[in-house]
Design a binder for this molecule. Structure first.
Ligand SMILES: Nc1nc2c(c(=O)[nH]1)N[C@H]1C(S)=C(S)[C@@H](COP(=O)(O)O)O[C@H]1N2
Ligand SMILES: [Mo]
Length: 322
């Protein structure tokens, strides 16, 4: 690898401001990536820590759930790319000593990390995604939660003019193709904006990422650009897109899907093959790798992250707190 090729590849891959992005040495000196990390970023990671291959970017951007735009899983890339976000800020407020408004540049200053995580939707499909982001606890620590703070409530952007799914009745339910299950689609009214939440000790777990990039680039529109939260041991709906606010609160937040379909979506939503969904087993999942056919793999407890998170739920009955 010559200096030349580093210069060509890293700006795309790390999308740092020009003034900060000069050379491999500068990157390493800034602590953004080490030498080994930089080598890996040139090509991008190809697998997670289990050796599971990364989902192709084209699959990641063309398939997913993004109800601000549509209830269909296909076509979210085209729809989401028509959204032009205002200058983005993540507000961290509520029960904190120091409310913060962080621009994407401010978040980058905390030190971007690349994390390859499995994302497992409650609908039995999964992907392996290399995110770029900052652990949430670093931002929360800066805000300084007050002792009364027990939960973090995430709120997504609200703008029915630009986000057609936020206009009631804009979409008919569309069944998802090729899944392991087919249940009745919901017609429940949705309460916007999209809200999610974590217990404060969950939010403090180092796995939780404030993602502003993926695949070495800024987040694709379909993935929730400019900013989303990623919680890899929980079902995908616990990883909200388009997040503008993290509010520290006392009461357990009611999330978007808890409000819409409470019997199917609990607050915890930990990936768990032992606790079936009311309409289907959670024992297996389709792993999207861009193959035909896509492989079906066993679902792992806490999506494979038990070692890092199981202690959070000691003494809890996870079939009650689903
Ligand atoms: N704001 C918002 N966040 C969201 C959703 C959504 O509809 N709106 N869908 C959730 C669901 S159900 C899943 S499975 C994941 C999908 O993420 P992906 O499309 O990037 O794969 O995003 C989650 N975050
Ligand atoms: Mo999902």
């Amino acid at each position: 690898m010559t200096d030349d090729s580093v210069d060509q590849v890293t700006p795309e891959h790390l999308f740092l401001t020009r003034r900060r992005l000069l050379s491999a040495a500068a990157l390493a000196a800034l602590g953004i990536v080490g030498a080994a990390g930089l080598r890996r970023l040139r090509v991008g990671p190809t697998a997670d820590e289990f050796g599971d291959p990364v989902t192709p970017l084209s699959k990641f951007t063309s398939y997913g759930n993004y109800y601000e735009f549509t209830r269909a899983k296909l076509g979210i890339a085209e729809l989401a790319s028509q959204f032009s976000p205002p200058p983005w800020q993540l507000r961290i407020d509520g029960l904190v000593r120091r409310p913060l408004s962080l621009r994407l540049e401010d978040i980058r200053e905390f030190g971007l990390e690349e994390r390859v995580y499995r994302l497992r939707c409650i609908e039995c499909w999964s992907m392996v995604i290399p995110w770029l982001g900052v652990p949430l606890h670093k931002l929360l620590a800066e805000a300084g939660p007050l002792p009364e703070a027990k939960y973090v409530r995430f709120e997504s952007f609200y703008d029915p003019d630009q986000l057609p799914g936020q206009r009631a009745g804009a979409y008919e339910p569309t069944p998802s193709p090729g899944e392991l299950h087919m249940g009745a689609a919901t017609t429940a009214p949705y309460v916007w904006p999209y809200v999610e939440g974590l217990r404060l000790d969950e939010a403090w777990n180092d796995l939780v990422l404030v993602a502003i990039g993926a695949y070495g680039k800024p987040l694709p529109p379909s993935a929730g650009a400019p900013l989303r939260i990623v919680v890899p041991w929980k079902y995908g709906f616990k990883s909200p897109k388009l997040v503008v606010r993290a509010e520290l609160v006392t009461e357990q937040p009611t999330s978007f899907w808890m409000a819409a379909m409470p019997e199917e979506h609990g607050f915890y939503a930990n990936v768990n093959p032992d606790v079936p969904h009311p309409r289907w087993s959670q024992a297996r999942e389709v792993r999207y790798l861009g193959r035909d056919p896509e492989p079906i793999v066993a679902t792992l407890k806490f999506n494979g992250y038990a070692e890092k998170v199981a202690a959070l739920y000691e003494g809890m009955d996870l079939s009650v707190h689903f």
